[in-house]
Design a protein around this ligand. Structure first.
Ligand SMILES: [Zn+2]
Length: 68
């Protein structure tokens, strides 16, 4: 399981997809995302567990991450 610089494998980020359960559990439009070492364009990112959309990870998330 790939981890970001803070050792996280998941993160809650706003997404445009619709999911009633996660709206209730995580907040409106907040979805659980899995860290992806190679997301969009091969750049590290966070992949939505609902719609698989990938957000580019922030520099702080990427730093020193992804070696293992
Ligand atoms: Zn989504």
């Amino acid at each position: 399981m790939p981890k970001d610089a803070q050792g996280r494998t998941t993160k809650h980020i706003k997404c445009s997809c619709k999911h009633g359960y996660q709206d209730r559990e995580c907040g409106d439009d907040i979805r659980l995302h899995n860290y992806a070492r190679k997301g969009r364009n091969g750049e590290p990112g966070w992949r939505c567990t609902v719609c698989c959309d990938v957000k580019v990870a922030s520099q702080a998330d990427i730093e020193k991450a992804g070696k293992t």
